[in-house]
Ligand binder design. Structure first.
Ligand SMILES: [Zn+2]
Length: 226
């Protein structure tokens, strides 16, 4: 009898890991219009160690994405319900999240319309790790192959302090968006998450979008796969 192994290693799978994390998808009780945003979520087999749902990294991703200035009404609903409850229950989570932040004014739609917001310095490595693992799990979902080599994560919903690097990010994401324009998005809850995928002999690319406009580009370098 063959055993089901983890999407990341050769250990026996003991659970199913949601990719992207289930906490990003609003529960029915939090959605005023009664839409079910948890239809056919993607899961992959996972061992104890590689199931990140017990870590706080998934939750951190939710905090950053749902509260981002690029978040959609669905994302903001999730921020004002699930995230707010978590912050009220454990206030230290809120203080840690905004500990390195400063107030800013955001311009909305028209030139006369300004809104107060906060610029939060994100834990970039943590964000890259969870988004990279999300791409690894999606790669397994797409190909039934494990990818344990290096991944490069580019987040278009954050601002990098290095302006030259930021210009490269914007250009890479613009090019990728154009390249994938005719590819239909995958994922059954597109107002929360969708992705596009393509691979060649050397590289696999995921173009992901959370809450309608927070875009992420992940490159899997297959030449470096051990
Ligand atoms: Zn594992």
């Amino acid at each position: 009898m063959s055993i089901r192994t983890c999407y990341m290693c050769e250990l026996e799978a003991t659970s199913d890991e949601h990719t992207p994390p289930k906490c990003l998808f609003p529960e029915r009780k939090d959605v005023p219009d009664g839409i079910d945003y948890r239809v056919n979520l993607i899961t992959v087999p996972s061992c104890e160690e590689h199931n990140s749902s017990k870590s706080h990294d998934d939750e951190y991703l939710l905090h950053v994405l749902s509260g981002s200035f690029t978040s959609s009404p669905v994302g903001l609903t999730q921020f004002m319900s699930k995230v707010r409850r978590a912050f009220e229950k454990v206030p230290s989570k809120a203080t840690s999240f905004i500990r390195r932040s400063e107030p800013i004014l955001l311009k909305r739609h028209t030139e006369d319309e300004w809104e107060q917001g906060a610029q939060v310095i994100v834990e970039a490595q943590r964000l890259d790790l969870v988004l990279g693992n999300c791409a690894r799990a999606l790669y397994f979902h797409e190909t039934e192959q494990k990818f344990v080599g290096p991944v490069q994560v580019i987040t278009a919903f954050t601002m990098y302090s290095d302006t030259k690097f930021q210009a490269n990010v914007t250009s890479s994401v613009d090019t990728t968006r154009t390249y994938f324009a005719s590819h239909p998005p995958k994922g059954e809850n597109p107002s929360v998450f969708w992705y596009k995928f393509e691979e060649s002999a050397n590289t696999a690319i995921f173009f992901m979008c959370f809450y309608s406009s927070s875009e992420v580009l992940v490159r899997l370098d297959k030449r470096e796969q051990p």
